[in-house]
Design a protein around this ligand. Sequence first.
Ligand SMILES: Nc1ncnc2c1ncn2[C@@H]1O[C@H](COP(=O)(O)OP(=O)(O)OP(=O)(O)O)[C@@H](O)[C@H]1O
Ligand SMILES: [Mg+2]
Length: 577
Amino acid sequence: MVIRKLLSCVGKYKAAAILAPITIILEVILETQIPLYISDIVDTGINGGAGIAYVLEVGGKMILMAVLSMTCGILSAKFAAVAGTGFAYNVRNEIFNKIQDFSFANIDHFSTPSLITRLTTDVNMVQMAFTSCIRMLVRAPVMLVMATWMAVRINAQLSLVFLVAIPLLGVSLALISKNAMPRFSAMFKKYDALNASIQETLIAIRVVKAFVRGEHEIEKFEVSATDVQNAQKRAEKLIILNGPIMQFAMYGCMIAVSWFGGIHILEGTMTTGLLMSFISYITQILSSLMMVSFMFVMIVMARTSIQRIGEVLYEVPDINDDHASAALQVEDGSIEFDHVNFSYAKKEDNLTLENISFRINPGETIGIIGGTGSAKSTLVQLIPRLYDVYAGAVKVGGHDVREYKIENLREAVAMVLQVNNLFAGTIRENICWGKADATDEEVEAACRAAQAHDFIMSFPDGYETELEQGGVNVSGGQKQRLCIARALIKKPKIIILDDSTSAVDVATDAKIRQQLRQNLKDTTTIIIAQRVTSIADADKIIVMNDGRIDAIGTHEELMKTNRIYREVYESQQKGVA
Ligand SMILES: Nc1ncnc2c1ncn2[C@@H]1O[C@H](COP(=O)(O)OP(=O)(O)OP(=O)(O)O)[C@@H](O)[C@H]1O
Ligand SMILES: [Mg+2]
């Protein structure tokens, strides 16, 4: 099924994929004629005394044959290359598109580096296998059949040599590939680990440098690189056995044929020219067997990759629109959690959120506070359905979030993630992620509300300032404000700020909240913060403790009744004093 799915990726390169084997068959047919000319030249031209003119004439035909066959070979290589690269292009697109449908949980399942290996190394493997399949896999059997047929026609008795050699070869090739398969799977796992190590270090290269962890990272890299090397050695060790076995069979056959052929010539039952042709056919037969064995290796290696690509293509996005109604739109920004349990591991005994119930009215501002790891981020990620609940229900605008099409839900719920990212491109382009057709005025309004306009204008290029990948050329606080602007421009019904002003100074933080209150009166605002001052004026504050709600109330109420809240507040006040 994976194979069929992959083959459908050939798409518009089908013509090339069909022409490649056709031209190669022509090549083989022409090539297998050549030994006949050899025997003709030797037997009639030289030994038969037909003269130099005859030799030249037959030789000329032979050269013509060779040129034609070569032309077909070249054409076939070209078609195969076109089909192969096109195929790989389509497969890559297919995987990439599929990954776009993945939920956070799906991505957690594969891990980002593994997805990258699958998109690159694995696709390369499959491409190589595909390209050689449409040529070699056709060439080898056709060559085998044609050459065997010719050889049998020359001398059936002598051809018995193959009857011994071929089964022996077949068995040893099968044994090799059977044992090599798991070793290749292991090798690709090590590749994943290597990629993970590279990716992590390179993404966080600044941290690595700041902590002078270069040496340590080099050691870590060397361990992964050595693992790959060893796994590769283990796998290839088996595969290279192929070579000697083939050579052994090839030379064994040569010796046997020369021996028995010599006897035939002495007995006068075979001419020298025919023996020469026969030996040419053996070379063709054995070289096609060699090709088969090479293909074998290729297919063994590609099988692992095909499997790994299949895993991605057949992964069921666990957040989908299956129960959604296309027409349903988010009416208002009310939120309700109804006895929600959540587990990253999807296990009853490993709950990250337990028995969460609360209601938020449209337009309210909610603060969430709690120790690190108390599951604040986990809680809010359920609202735009970045993850699905384990039990219970999350309702937005009076409907279970699973009833909305994901697109419609996320249109209405803007979330500034705790770990955020900007993309390579101008500031304007980044802001417009939230709304592709935003006007200049809208962009500016969003940036003003997020307190980003002033610093953007202080850049020489203003809104056209090029951001680098990951937004490394703006400060932490600037990046957070751009991310808030990117969410605000959607004019969402619900906006969630997950610790989004942690790197912004207190005064600017207050201005952002004031702007939100003024501009987004009907928008439900959820603010996760470490600073009590960031949420003290919220309509309701949820205090989280170890995956449960410890209390809900206003600042004043919580100060009176909730120990955790009071302690956090007092510790922060002390800091101020
Ligand atoms: N993708 C994930 N897979 C598995 N476990 C996770 C994942 N994300 C978070 N966790 C775990 O869930 C728990 C809650 O994490 P969460 O990020 O919700 O805490 P938080 O309250 O937002 O903390 P912080 O204040 O540090 O941001 C933690 O124990 C964390 O290890
Ligand atoms: Mg968090």
